[in-house]
Write a protein that binds this ligand. Structure first.
Ligand SMILES: [Zn+2]
Ligand SMILES: [Zn+2]
Length: 156
């Protein structure tokens, strides 16, 4: 299952074991998405601006904090219809940064392939309310989610 990831060049390359990943070095200018009062980027505005609309489902890693109206923050956002997702780095920082980033990229990619949230706290599709949820889950899909992924078609 294919995935394209745009990763800022100063961020170490991450392993995303569930997908056949093409990583491209690209530093998105996040200023157009930044809400200066909150100091956070608006996730849905970023996805719309970056949308590829064709080709391979794509995740952009944005080196900032993100939010969505109604949420204090989000780790990422996927819009399957646009085949585009964003993942924000700010709340993933720490010793486990690369592992966390890989999990959140995989999670949003799962949404791009039509997967919803999963009840299994070890499954990468488990919804992360906090970084503890992200640390507890694995970078892998549970069997049920993987079956669904292999059946799924992205919105080509
Ligand atoms: Zn999700
Ligand atoms: Zn699952």
């Amino acid at each position: 299952v294919r995935l394209r990831v745009f990763l800022p060049p100063h961020i170490p390359r991450v392993e995303v074991p569930e997908f056949e990943v093409e990583v491209l070095a690209f530093d998105v200018d996040t200023r157009p998405f930044l809400d200066p009062l909150r100091g956070q980027c608006r996730a849905d505005v970023a996805v719309k601006a970056l949308a590829q609309r064709r080709g391979v489902p794509t995740v952009f890693v944005l080196d900032c904090d993100g939010y969505y109206p109604g949420f204090n923050f989000v780790f990422g956002l996927a819009v399957p219809e646009l085949m585009t997702a964003v993942v924000f780095t700010a709340r993933l920082r720490g010793a486990r940064f690369e592992e966390r980033l890989a999990k959140e990229i995989t999670h949003e990619a799962g949404h791009l392939y039509g997967l919803g949230h999963c009840d299994d706290p070890r499954c990468v599709m488990y919804f992360s309310n906090s970084i503890y949820d992200t640390d507890r889950k694995t970078p892998y899909f549970c069997q049920r989610c993987r079956r669904q992924l292999l059946r799924a078609r992205p919105y080509f």
